[in-house]
Structures are given as C-alpha cells and as structure tokens.
Design a binder for this molecule. Structure first.
Ligand SMILES: [Zn+2]
Length: 424
C-alpha cells in the first residue's frame, strides 16, 4: 500500500469510529429458550446480542458476553424464535400489519404486477419499516390464454417468447420465476434453461394433469426448484406406487415442496357460514373482499360437492407429505394469501398446524417456515436461522411451539433487522 492510500484509509477509519458507535444500536435478548430454526436442540437461558441489525453473538448465558450500554430485552420463561417466512403470497401492502403482528418478517411473492411489486420490494427494504421483507418472482410466466389477468401474467406461446420473457424478468432483477398452469412442456423447458443460466430458481404451479397439463414428474425432470401446492399430481386417481415414485424424484432432485395445505382447507369449507363471522374480516379492504365474493362464485356455482372434493384432496396431500418427509423431502410453508379468507400471518400459523397434523414434528414445521424457506430463497447465508452473522429477524413468544405448534401464535415482540417492529 502506498503512503497516500495508507493515510487516506487511516483518516477514513478514524472518522468512521464515532459514526458507527452512534448508529449501531446494540440490543440484547436474554433468558429465553432459543429455538434457532436450524433444527438443533433448543438452548435454555440464551443470550442474543444484536448490533446494527445483525446477530453478533448467540448462545447460552455464560458463554456470550453482554455488552455494556446495550438495550436489554428480558425473555425469561419465554421463547426466542426466528421471524417466519411465508413462501407463497401475492403481496398487498394492506397485509403488512397482519404479517408483522403474527411474526412473519419475510414473504415470497409468487405472482404480481411487475412494476408494483418491484416498488413494494424496494419499500420493504427501507430501514425500520414495519413490513415484511418482500422477495418476488414478478408476474406469472404462463401459456396462452393466461390463467390470470394480463396485469399479473406474461403469457408466451413459443419457446422463443418464453426465453425472451424469462430474460426480461431476470434483467428486471426478480428473485425467482413462477410458472402458471397453462405453461406447456416446450415452454417450461425454455424457461428452466434460461433460468439455469441466470441462476434463478423456477417454482411451478402446474395445471390439472387430467386435462393434458404438465405432470409434476416431467416438470421436476426439467429442473424446477419448487413445486407449489404439490400440483401436477392427480391425488384422486394416482396409484400409491406412482405417488412413491414422484416422492422419490422430489427427494433425488432436491425440489422444495410448498404444500399450501391451508388453501385446500379453505376451499373445503368455502360455504361455511362461520367464515363470514370472522372478526378479522374487518381488516380486509372492501375491494379485496368484493373479489373474494366474486372469484369462487360463492353465491352461484360453488357447491358442497366442490368443497367435498377439496376435503379429499387435503387428506390425500397430507398422506403424501407424511410419505415424503419419511423419504427425506423438504417442505416449505406457504399460504397463497390473500385468496378468499386467507388472512395474512394467521394463515401461516394454520399451515404449520396442518403440516404437523400431516406428520411433521413441530421442529420440522418451524424449519419449513424458517431454514428451508431461506434456502429456497437463496438467502440461507443471512435469513431463516438465528446464528452469529445473520440478520436479526426474530420474535419472542410466550408459549413453546415445540410442545404445541399452535403456540407459534403466542407472539409478544417482533424484531426485523434488530429493531422492534411490533409489540403486544
Ligand atoms: Zn398463488
């Protein structure tokens, strides 16, 4: 290093010290039972040292030094858990409060208008916002006609168009790519090829395979990274031996399964009058609610027969997950909020309950909404688990979710980037 450079860096160093001292707020959370999201045994009487939004040190009391002058949050008899990640949402800003107050600090948007969602993603990265951090796949890559409106779809008809649309999304810096139900095999092949070069994961919502749409096994062979709703499998007719083969393929290709069981559950009880009595309805904007009433034709064509069908599918999907988990499959937790009656945050807690009723341990369910989710996002180096060097997105609960997964609802304090963004 020459002399001038040495002096310049020395001056920079000296001017930076007081600056960083002022800005790097230190927070210490002590005394809580730490469930760090890695799947390791929880640590009783833990200490979490946070500085400037990052976890500086973490571990049992006695092994972690508490810095002087730090803001102390006492967590005796409480649980410290990572902030949760909802891996299947169509983000709207009205959902912020419900996400945050339920401990959801990150969401993956899997289908939205490109310009709007990029704007929302940017807002979600601002310092100190009481919003979940947003990642997005942008609009759906779909065949023609697209399943959803043009505003949220990039319909393509040829492999060339599919490649161009995929490249356009990669240039727009989306975080993932999401294909929708009318995509065909040659189109998906083109998309996964471009995505592989751009190093972006493709997650697929496949159509009804009875209607000639792509089967899950074919999509997995093409290299999709995520399978939304466990789609592309006809759960009502596929024999057990074939289901076993698909599960084996999911495991051998390291595909993440985003089950969204809570969606099947909602569809199975859409005609239940109790749905309209939920006090949470007050938090849903009238425009959104009008769409809820319209989309499934609740007062027109949806009948108990439709609900019954989804009840059976839910049961079969749970059996599939039980088998998949035994084989070593990796599950992520998603909800599809805000589809009808799918309340942000609340629905993710319900998804965890359903995953446990399908055969996951409470620890595995927690990992589905923390570690596994961060891995599929490609950000396991900073998100998902509570370890030194990672982002301080965490929550304090009053009851232990390892004893009963429903206890994830007992949220008392939520921190994002080391700042308290919600308190009971
Ligand atoms: Zn969706």
């Amino acid at each position: 290093m020459n002399k001038r450079l040495l002096w310049a860096s020395l001056i920079l160093f000296i001017t930076l010290i007081p600056f960083s001292d002022r800005t790097l707020a230190q927070v210490v959370i002590r005394g809580g039972l730490l469930i760090d999201g890695t799947g390791r045994e929880p640590i009783p009487n833990s200490v979490v040292v946070i500085e400037g939004g990052t976890i500086k040190a973490i571990g049992p009391v006695g092994r972690v030094v508490t810095p002087t002058g730090a803001t102390i949050i006492e967590a005796n008899n409480k649980i410290v858990l990572p902030g949760l990640i909802d891996m299947h949402v169509h983000y709207r800003s009205w959902e912020d409060h419900l996400f945050i107050s339920h401990g959801v600090t990150t969401v993956r948007d899997v289908g939205n208008s490109l310009a709007e969602i990029l704007q929302e993603r940017k807002r979600s990265q601002e310092e100190g916002v009481a919003k979940p951090r947003v990642y997005t796949c942008g609009p759906f890559l779909d065949g023609f006609p697209p399943i959803f409106v043009m505003q949220v779809s990039y319909p393509v008809t040829t492999p060339e168009e599919a490649k161009a649309a995929t490249s356009k999304l990669i240039r727009a810096k989306v975080d993932c790519l999401k294909t929708q139900q009318n995509i065909t095999l040659p189109l998906l092949e083109a998309i996964t090829a471009v995505a592989k070069k751009g190093k972006l994961p493709v997650t697929a919502h496949l159509g009804d395979s009875r209607l000639g749409n792509i089967k899950a096994s074919a999509a997995i062979a093409l290299g999709i990274k995520g399978l939304e709703h466990i789609s592309g499998i006809d759960f009502l007719t596929t024999p057990q031996s074939e289901l076993e083969e698909i599960a084996d393929m999911i495991v051998s290709h390291s595909v993440f399964v985003d089950a969204t069981l809570v969606l099947d559950e909602i569809l199975s009880k859409l005609l239940d009058p109790e749905l309209k009595k939920d006090p949470l309805l007050k938090q849903v904007p009238p425009k959104e609610f009008a769409w809820w009433e319209r989309v499934y034709g609740l007062n027109t064509w949806w009948t108990e027969r439709h609900s019954n069908r989804w009840r059976t599918i839910l049961r079969k999907k749970k059996e599939f997950i039980r088998m998949l988990i035994k084989k070593g499959g990796v599950i992520t937790a998603g909800t599809d909020t805000p589809v009808p009656y799918m309340y942000p945050g609340v629905s993710l807690h319900r998804e965890l309950e359903l995953l446990v009723s399908a055969g996951l341990t409470p620890m595995q369910a927690i990992m589905a909404a923390t570690k596994n989710a961060a891995e599929l996002l490609g950000h396991a180096d900073r998100l998902g688990t509570l370890e030194a060097g990672k982002t301080a997105d965490l929550q304090i609960l009053s009851h232990n979710p390892l004893e009963n997964i429903s206890n994830t609802k007992s949220v008392e304090v939520v921190l994002r980037d080391g700042r308290i963004v919600w308190k009971k």
